[in-house]
Design a protein around this ligand. Structure first.
Ligand SMILES: NC(=O)c1ccc[n+]([C@@H]2O[C@H](COP(=O)([O-])OP(=O)(O)OC[C@H]3O[C@@H](n4cnc5c(N)ncnc54)[C@H](O)[C@@H]3O)[C@@H](O)[C@H]2O)c1
Length: 380
C-alpha cells in the first residue's frame, strides 16, 4: 500500500478544497473525486454565488497540480459505485476522506425531492466507499465528517464522545453509541451514515473516524493565503452557515437575521482549525474498527455570533421568526471535546480574525445577487 496516497471524495467543496491544499502541502498525493454538485446547486437551485470568488474547477485542478501531486475525477460517488471502486483499486489509498455529501439541513427540508437527494447522497456514498474499501483496501482508514446536529442539543446531559452506557430499571446497559436525535432530515442521513461506519467496524474491523463536527466558519488557511486559491463562501439560506452569513449581511449593510430569540447554542470552529483536526484524524487512525469524537472549538449562542460580527464590521441585528424547530431558548449544552485535546488540538483562529479575513476578500459586486438570497424561506 502506498501510504502517501489520500483519496478525497468531495475535494472541490468548502472544506474539501482547503483540506486538499493542506494535504498537498504536506506532500501527500491527492486523488479528488467530485462531480461539482455543490457548484451547480448554489448556482442553479439557490440562484446564488460564492461571496468570495473562486476559480473554475479546471483552473483549480491546474493550480493544484502545480502545488503537489493531484488527480481529479469528476464522478458521482453516490448513485454510481464504479468510480469509487476504480479509484480505490487503482490508487490503493491508505486514507480516504468522504466529504462528498449534501451538507445542508435547510436544503433537505425544501421538499420530498431534496430530502431524497440528501439521503441518497449521504448514505449511498458511505455505503459505496465501505464496500469498495472492503474489497480493495481493507486496512485503509476512512474519515467522514458527521455533525454535532446528530445529537439532541437539548438532551440536558453532557454529550459524550463515542461509547456510552446508561442505567435503566436498576440494570447497567452495555456500551453503545451516544444517543442520537437528529435536528433535521439532513442530520438523520448523517446519523444513518454513522451507524454504517460503526457496523462496518464491528462486522469487518473496517477502520473509520467519524467526526461530529460543529459549524465551520471563515475562509482562511495558510495554504489558501499562500496560493490565493480561495475556497467557496456561501451565504444563501441553504448553504450559508451562520457566521459567514452574518458577516456578509453586515458587509452588505443589511441586518443580521437572527432566528427566534437567538439564545440557542451551537459549537463552532474556524476552517483552519477544522483542517487541523482532519490532519490529526489522518495521523491517528484507530487500530481496529470505529472511533468517533466531537469536533468544535467554542460554543456560542446565535446572538453572541452576531455580537462578534458586529464588533468587527458593525451592522444591525434583526430578530425574525425562526424557520426551525428550536425547543429551548436557554439550554444546557456541553459537548465533551477531550479526544481532540488529547491528540494535541490547539485552536488557532477566532471569529473576529475570520470576519476580518472575509471582509478583506468578498467581492462586493456579488452583493446584488446575494441580497436576494440571504432571507430564509425554507421552514420546518
Ligand atoms: N461546513 C460545515 O459547517 C460543516 C459542519 C459539519 C459537518 N460538515 C460536513 O462536512 C462535509 C463537507 O462539508 P462542506 O461544507 O465542505 O460541503 P460542500 O458541499 O462544500 O462539499 C461537498 C462536496 O462534495 C461534492 N459532492 C456532493 N455530492 C456528490 C456526489 N454524489 N458525487 C460526487 N461529489 C459530490 C460537492 O460537489 C462538494 O464539492 C459534509 O459531510 C458536511 O456534512 C460540514
Amino acid at each position: 500500500m502506498n501510504n502517501n496516497t489520500v483519496l478525497v471524495m468531495g475535494h472541490d467543496g468548502y472544506i474539501g478544497h482547503a483540506l486538499t491544499l493542506r494535504l498537498l502541502k504536506l506532500g501527500y498525493k491527492v486523488i479528488g473525486l467530485d462531480d461539482l454538485t455543490r457548484r451547480r446547486a448554489v448556482e442553479n437551485q439557490m440562484e446564488s454565488v460564492s461571496a468570495i470568488d473562486i476559480d473554475s474547477p479546471y483552473k483549480r485542478e491546474e493550480e493544484c497540480k502545480k502545488y503537489g501531486e493531484f488527480v481529479w475525477f469528476s464522478n458521482d460517488t453516490a448513485m454510481l459505485y464504479d468510480p469509487i471502486y476504480e479509484a480505490i483499486e487503482k490508487y490503493k489509498p491508505a486514507t480516504i476522506f468522504n466529504l462528498a455529501n449534501q451538507p445542508s439541513a435547510p436544503y433537505s427540508h425544501i421538499d420530498n425531492y431534496h430530502c431524497m437527494v440528501t439521503a441518497t447522497t449521504n448514505i449511498f456514498s458511505t455505503m459505496n466507499v465501505i464496500w469498495a474499501m472492503k474489497e480493495h483496501v481493507p486496512d485503509a482508514h476512512l474519515i467522514q465528517i458527521g455533525s454535532m446536529g446528530e445529537y439532541d442539543p437539548n438532551i440536558n446531559i453532557d454529550i459524550e464522545e463515542g461509547l456510552f452506557s446508561f442505567k435503566h430499571k436498576g440494570r447497567k446497559s452495555k456500551e453503545s453509541l451516544f444517543p442520537r436525535r437528529p435536528g433535521s432530515f439532513y442530520h438523520a442521513s448523517k446519523v444513518c451514515a454513522s451507524y454504517y461506519l460503526d457496523a462496518a467496524g464491528r462486522f469487518w474491523g473496517l477502520k473509520s473516524t467519524d467526526i461530529m463536527q460543529g459549524v465551520v466558519y471563515g475562509n482562511w488557511t495558510p495554504e489558501i493565503e499562500e496560493t490565493g486559491l480561495e475556497t467557496r463562501l456561501d451565504t444563501d439560506e441553504a448553504f450559508g452557515t451562520v457566521v459567514n452569513r452574518f458577516a456578509v449581511q453586515s458587509l452588505m449593510n443589511t441586518p443580521m437575521t437572527i432566528f427566534g430569540s437567538g439564545k440557542h447554542k451551537r459549537g463552532f470552529l474556524a476552517l483552519d482549525d477544522s483542517i487541523q483536526c482532519l490532519q490529526l484524524a489522518l495521523e491517528n487512525p484507530p487500530s481496529n474498527g470505529y472511533q468517533t469524537w466531537n469536533q468544535l472549538d467554542t460554543i456560542y449562542s446565535m446572538e453572541e455570533v452576531a455580537e462578534a460580527v458586529q464588533s468587527v464590521i458593525g451592522g444591525k441585528k434583526q430578530y425574525i421568526e425562526t424557520p426551525r424547530v428550536e425547543h429551548a431558548d436557554t439550554h444546557y449544552y456541553n459537548p465533551i471535546t477531550k479526544k481532540l485535546e488529547n491528540l494535541g488540538f490547539e485552536p488557532q483562529r477566532s471569529i473576529k480574525e475570520e470576519v476580518q479575513d472575509i471582509a478583506r476578500k468578498v467581492n462586493q459586486s456579488n452583493f446584488e445577487i446575494l441580497k436576494n438570497v440571504v432571507i430564509p424561506k425554507i421552514s420546518w
